[in-house]
Structures are given as C-alpha cells and as structure tokens.
Write a protein that binds this ligand. Sequence first.
Ligand code: NAD
Length: 460
Amino acid sequence: MSPSSYEHELIVLNPATEEVVATVPAATAADVDAAVARAAKAQAKWAALAPADRARLLRRFADVVDQHVEELARLEVREAGHLLGNARWEAGNVRDLLAYAAGGVERLSGRQIPVPGGLDVTILEPLGVVGVIAPWNFPMPIAAWGTAPALAAGNAVVLKPAETTPLTALRLAELALEAGLPDGLFQVLPGHGPVAGTALVEHPGVAKIVFTGSTGTGRAVMEGCARQVKPVTLELGGKSPNIVFADADLRTAVDPFSFLDNSGQDCCARTRILVQEPVYDEVRELLADAVNAVVVGDPADEKTQMGPLISRRQLERVRALVPADAPGLRGSAPDGPGFWFAPTVLTGEAPDSEAAREEIFGPVAVLLPFTDEEDAIRLANDTPYGLSGSLWTRDLGRALRVSRAVKAGNLSVNSHSSVRYWTPFGGYKQSGLGRELGPDALTAFTETKNVFISTEGPAQ
Ligand code: NAD
C-alpha cells in the first residue's frame, strides 16, 4: 500500500484469507465539514416531526434491517472474520436496538418540579449532531449503541467506522434511506482515525462524541472534546476477571468461550481466570481439554467455533504480548493466509505481569490462583480497567459481597453474560466514562432545560 493510497482509501481485507474485499474512499476533514452541515439541516426537520412519526420511521428502519440480516451477516464474516452465527446475532442486535429506541421516543418526558409562585418543568431537548466513532471488533452493534438512541432522542448522527470494517456501516446507512429516514440524518464516513475521527471530535457543529475503542485513543478523544467542553461517552478497554470459587459448578464456570468468543477481541472477554486454590488443578485440566477442543478455522463454516484476528497488525500485537514459549495451555489454529492465533491460557504469569494486567485483545487468558474472598477481590481489582466480570459461587451472601466489592460496570453471577441492549453498560476506571444502552439511553443524548413559569402575573 503506497502512502497516497493510505491517505485516500481504505483497503478492506478478509481476515481469514487476506483477500481484498473492497476499497473504500477515506473521508477527509472537508468531507466531515460537509456531512455535519447536511446533518444539521436534517436534524432540524427530524426534531420537528411528531414523536409518533419519528418512532414509526425508526421501527421501519428496524424492519428493513431485519429483512437484510443474512446479507449484513455475510458481509461481516467477510470484512471482520466473524463467525456466521455471531454475525447474524449482531445484525439482529441492530434491529432490536432500533426497535427498543423507537419505543422511547414517545416516552422521553421531562419532569414537573414543585416550586412556589409558579410551575417548573424540565424539557429534554436533542443535542443536535452526534458523532459516533466505532471500533472494528463489533462494527454493527457498537455503531447502533450510539446511533439508535441518539436518533430516537431527535439528533442526527455522523458515524465513523473503524478503518478495517466500514462495509456493514455503509450498508446500514443505505438501509436507513430505504426505510425512509430523512437524507443526511444518519451518515457514515469511513476514514482514518487521526483524519476523519479527529475532524469529527474537533468540529464545533458536533454536539457530542460517543467513542468506543482503546483506552489510549479514548484519552486523546477526551482531550479533543475538553477543548470545546463537548460531552463525550467513552467505552474503552477491559481486562475482566472470571472469579471461580471452590464451591462453584466448575463445568459451567470454565467456559473457554468466555474469553475466546470473537477470537478474544471482545472488551468484556473474561481474560483473567481467578481460581480458588483447592480447585485450581481441576480447573487447569478442564481448561486444557476445552482449549484443545476448540475448532478454529473458516468463519463462514457453521461448525467453526473461532475465527481469525482482524488484521496483521492485531496478530503482531498479540504475538508480542504472548511469546510462543510462554508457559501455557494451547489449542491449534490454521497455517497459511489469514491472521490466526491459537486459543491460549497462560499459566506462568505473575499477577503484576503485563499479560495479566493489560488488555491483549486476542484469544488469550491468564490463569491465576487465589486463597480467599479478600484475595479474590484484591486480584480482581488489580488492573487499570473495570468493565465486566463473572463470579461463580453457590453462596448467595458471598456473591453479593463480591459483586459490591469488584469495581466494574457489568458483573454476572453464575453466568458469563454481560451486554443486553435494555440494561445499562459501561466501565469503571480506565474502561470508560458514562453509560450506554438500558432504559436511560435516550436521555444521554439530550440537554435538560429547566423552565419556570410564574403564576403571579407580570410585575406591576
Ligand atoms: P482504536 O482506539 O484503535 O480505534 C477506535 C476508533 O477510533 C476507530 O474508528 C479509529 O479509526 C478511531 N480513531 C483512532 N484514532 C483517533 C483519533 N485520534 N481521533 C478520533 N478517532 C480516532 O480501537 P480499536 O483497535 O478499533 O478497538 C479495539 C478497542 O476497543 C479495545 O481496546 C476494546 O477493548 C475497545 N472496545 C471497548 C468496548 C466497550 O464498550 N468498552 C467495546 C468494544 C471495543
């Protein structure tokens, strides 16, 4: 790739074959200017529509996405290497998010607050144009996490997908037009982060940024927003624990897909397996068998359980953090073209090593023993992150104590689930700022205006 092609286009590769899937023009700062101007015009008209009409159009958008789930899923398999079954779920998640957000349009109400001498009401007003910057690991759902509630609250959205995965986002923008959303209301601008992403962050016409990506980039985005005192939501990295107490149902607790799903490129991956000492050896054996049995290969084959990493860059990053001779349990992965890394559980890491504390974002977990509840909580909190986590025990009191003590935004007890579009999601510490999804999702895309109306009449 020549430097000029780097600047002007994005080359989308199939991560399982390294074949070129598409070449897409990369947006410039001038393209961002034009998109924001169009979005502002569309937003004024959109916000003036009756709530029922906005809700109906969003439901229609959901229906059109539903009619294209298979097409979107197959596109995601090609551009991101996702398993076909997962990609179908992801497209369905966009549909469900749109339908859920549509249900909020007519329920987005302010409050009436008792005051002397008049009536006090709050009005929730849309922000205007919202910039959504998405990562490559879940291109469709994460784009929709910001877009659906922002539109429902009366805003326009300019979405910048990640460099490696612009195709499903572009298709969603076409489907929005097909569903009848006003032209310019939801625009997708593929581009390079430091060019199009920065332009969106710095644009005075963009009222809020919703950023999902790495903690390092999130910090830079927050600095850019700070210069204009622009609100920002950050969904960043994770290094989430899976805390297994000795009384747990070990066969359910030790699920390798809690860290291998999406080839480990999941901000909620349970990559720190913390195991109480009496069952450590048993868990180690269970994991060795489980990791060995994982079928890694062509993501379009329905029998495959794990696909490739997204890119050569990501593969090299994972290799640098996980040397081939590091002690551990390993499965297998294909050779040849494609960005493959075998499922791995590192068994010789110290709790303060880089691999045990930093996000690797590949199919790699570390196995660490703990002594008692206090030790488990200390280890669980011993990272800069605080996004998710699981804990496994049959003791209800302990489950509640540990849930309260672990500093993370999304915990599961006796389960590995973490993200539902109707429950709030977000991180503590360096995993982020603000919450997305859930019943309050629309409110995050509004300003609260307080209006006091005097009942005393004009002053004489
Ligand atoms: P990244 O930070 O490299 O990129 C994310 C997005 O930011 C991309 O669209 C990129 O083009 C853009 N960008 C890059 N530089 C920019 C800049 N200077 N200004 C504005 N935008 C810029 O992240 P990634 O590698 O695409 O994604 C992986 C990361 O995302 C992981 O750390 C993962 O944990 C995190 N993630 C977090 C969540 C969550 O909800 N907390 C969800 C998914 C992924």
